[in-house]
Design a protein around this ligand. Structure first.
Ligand code: NAD
Length: 468
């Protein structure tokens, strides 16, 4: 069977569809298989629609502080169905956008569910088509970009039922905002939904098993986030082990162990946000001999699985489970297949949580730098003395920088505050260009901007801070 395509991509999330575009740009005949909606979880059920919900929440919360700006409003209120409807519209606009991009780049979209079998040179895909029937596709290379889904723990009741127990998917489209809510897990998903529902007035308690919330973040940021969220009325049980979730007509009851004591929490609804698992099932991977560890496909530096012609990128290839990491890996993988020498091998991957306040980081935390035995220089700068932050009434939070004391290289940056998710890219770029304190200090930051705090935090690490 002659190969019908150069590249067949399975899964059209930000990993798959971006890889398809790059593949087409490289002149490769490309097809993409999708069983659900173009754009995957990110565009349809994750990154994008949550940002729409969070924006509604943020605007609504701002109304609480109108008097600070010399403004007033007669009566604030919201229509929850319309909040959700807006978020769905945003998702469908972007979904249509991906469809347009596929057409523009002459990428064939095959609607269906693919399973791999032994083929010629690369695995062959047998696709159960959405419209019925099946189609066999032989390509020269297959790139798996099947993504991931919410981890559930049915043994202790942490399993969605679409009514009282939600994952991110149900939490995105309920009929009404719950009066009370327990969020299990304080990673990005848990904290973003906690932040959104709190903004609309829900009583929210977050339960986290590890010692602190947002545990992948720098400890100082985690602490500041905890304090800021508590100020907004969020409640936390940290560290707390969930023993059992029980459902009743009235809601959920969750037994937790905290500080050696058993406690029972009750609420209308629970959101399970305890991590994600890769979509590795029903792909035929075992028969092909691809190695699956935990729930991800094991890959080499270019996405190769060890099975000739089979690659994996994004969530299904393991952490960090981030959309931008998936796109980045996909571009790298297809450029490698095309015989180019990808240059983006070691670029640092920023992480963002779009709560109120926002959290963003790139590179190592201070603790990680110390674990690696590095001598560090650490700088900090609070937004409370930044002119733009004061003028905007958004003085919460700070910027923290971590430099390698020996080389002067920036190795980590951590921020909490308004719009820090938009600013972290400055530090990501600096790290990609292997900037040292010299370049950061020489960079001109526009005044007045919140980004000046990034400059000041860099200066602070070397005893040159100006505005404190
Ligand atoms: P996560 O792994 O980031 O966080 C899950 C949290 O749940 C952890 O802190 C863990 O300690 C805790 N936990 C696990 N089991 C528990 C239990 N039984 N009881 C209490 N706590 C428990 O996972 P997530 O928040 O579900 O997100 C999944 C992935 O998606 C992450 O990698 C995340 O970074 C990514 N994501 C990113 C964004 C973003 O960039 N804004 C948004 C959503 C998701």
């Amino acid at each position: 069977m002659a190969a019908e395509f150069d590249i067949l991509i399975i899964g059209s999330g930000p990993g798959g569809y971006v890889t398809a575009i790059r593949s087409a740009q490289l002149g490769l005949k490309t097809a993409i298989v999708e069983r659900d909606a173009l754009g995957g979880v990110c565009l349809n059920w994750g990154c994008i629609p949550t940002k729409a919900l969070l924006k509604s929440g943020e605007v609504y919360e701002t109304l609480d502080h109108l008097a600070d700006y010399g403004l007033s409003v007669e009566k604030r209120g919201f229509d929850f169905a319309k909040v959700v409807e807006r978020s769905r519209k945003v998702a469908s606009q972007l979904n249509a956008g991906v469809g347009y991009l596929m057409k523009k780049h002459k990428i064939e979209v095959i609607e269906g569910s693919a399973r791999l079998e032994k083929g010629e040179g690369a695995p062959k895909a047998v696709i159960a088509l959405k419209k019925g029937g099946s189609r066999s596709v032989q390509a020269k290379h297959v790139i798996l970009a099947t993504g991931a889904r919410a981890r559930t723990i049915p043994a202790i009741g942490l399993e969605p039922d679409g009514d009282r127990v939600w994952t991110y998917r149900e939490a995105m489209v309920p009929k009404a905002a719950p009066k009370s809510l327990i969020v299990i897990g304080s990673g990005a998903i848990g904290i973003e939904f906690a932040s959104f529902y709190r903004a609309l007035g829900s009583e929210v308690t977050v339960v986290e098993a590890l010692a602190r919330i947002l545990p992948v973040e720098d400890e100082e940021v985690s602490k500041a986030a905890h304090k800021a969220f508590e100020k907004r009325g969020l409640k936390f049980r940290v560290p707390a082990n969930v023993k059992k979730l029980t459902k009743s007509k009235a809601g959920v009851s969750i037994e937790i162990e905290v500080g050696g004591q058993t406690e029972t929490l009750q609420a209308d609804v629970a959101i399970v946000a305890v991590g994600i698992v890769g979509n590795v099932e029903d792909l035929g991977l075992e028969a092909l001999g691809a190695k699956v560890e935990r729930t991800h496909v094991v890959t080499d530096a270019h996405g190769g699985t060890g099975v000739p012609g089979l690659y994996a990128i994004g969530d299904v290839a393991g952490p960090p489970w981030l959309a931008h990491k998936a796109s980045h890996e996909g571009i790298h993988c297809v450029e490698h297949i095309a015989g180019l020498k990808p240059t983006n091998v070691t670029s640092p991957i920023p992480g963002c949580t779009y709560s109120n306040p926002q959290v963003a980081s790139v590179g190592v935390t201070e603790a990680q730098a110390k674990e690696q035995g590095l001598a560090v220089k650490v700088g900090r700068f609070p937004f409370r003395v930044n002119g733009k932050a004061i003028a905007s009434g958004e003085t919460e939070g700070f910027v923290k920088t971590i430099f390698d004391a020996r080389t002067g290289a920036l190795i980590g940056a951590h921020m909490i505050g308004a719009e820090v998710t938009e600013m972290i890219q400055g530090f990501a770029l600096a790290m990609t260009l292997e900037a040292t304190e010299a370049e950061l200090q020489a960079t001109v930051f526009p005044h007045p901007t919140m980004s000046e705090a990034m400059h000041e935090a860099s200066l602070d690490a070397f005893g040159k801070v100006l505005h404190i």
